[in-house]
Design a protein around this ligand. Structure first.
Ligand code: ADP
Ligand code: MG
Length: 189
């Protein structure tokens, strides 16, 4: 059903005691998939290793189990795809294809900066899905920095306006689970 997940993890495998700001109550609410029914968005913010991709994948797995279509790609892959198709006439078809799945996941927004052309296509993708299909997005950058991410404050504001109108933000503040695992294995002391 279109998945292309980077790895498969269940929500049940997530340790909420280790990461209290991941907000178990909100995740359990999202898990009922009402947000998909209402075409609402979910944004996971936070530094590396705090579980953003895990939770996005976990929700995608629930969506797939319940018969939704879901498509996962990293912002890096999305930018490469846009770059590849921008000069040819194919970009419109690609944008249209991204409006089809019930759930679109865009992972790791914020690591790669976007030039104006790419930011505009990104805006079109968000805009096409607005009130029609859900997006789960993860980012290491707080909303205040999205002007820099998209290289353009006007476009960033327009993207945030649509993305956040019907949405849940989960702001994860805590330690990296990867480093916890390394500590356990004795890498750090
Ligand atoms: P990021 O926030 O950088 O996307 P990930 O979600 O990829 O981080 O998490 C990094 C690794 O740690 C993954 O293997 C993920 O399954 C695991 N992980 C992160 N947080 C937790 C947690 N609270 N409980 C269990 N596993 C976790
Ligand atoms: Mg990640």
């Amino acid at each position: 059903k279109l998945a292309k997940l980077p790895y498969v993890k269940q929500l049940d495998e997530f340790d909420f005691e280790f990461q209290p700001s991941a907000n178990k109550r909100k995740i359990n609410e999202l898990r009922t998939l009402g947000f998909l029914e209402r075409s609402e968005n979910v944004i996971f913010l936070g530094p590396p290793g705090v579980g953003k991709t895990h939770l996005a994948v976990g929700l995608a797995v629930e969506a797939l189990k319940n018969g939704y279509t879901a498509y996962f790609l990293s912002a890096h892959e999305l930018i490469a795809m846009i770059r590849e198709n921008l000069s040819t006439g194919k970009i419109h078809r690609k944008i249209k294809a991204l409006s089809k799945p019930g759930l679109l996941i865009i992972d790791e927004v914020g690591y790669a900066a976007m030039d104006d052309d790419i930011a505009h296509v990104f805006f079109q993708i968000i805009s096409n899905r607005y009130e029609k299909g859900s997006i789960i997005l993860t980012s290491n950058k707080s909303y205040g920095s999205w002007g820099e991410v998209f290289g353009n404050q006007v476009v960033a504001t327009a993207i945030l306006d649509r993305l956040l109108h019907h949405s849940t933000t989960i702001n994860i503040k805590g330690d990296s689970y990867r480093i916890k695992e390394k500590k356990k294995a004795g890498f750090y002391n």
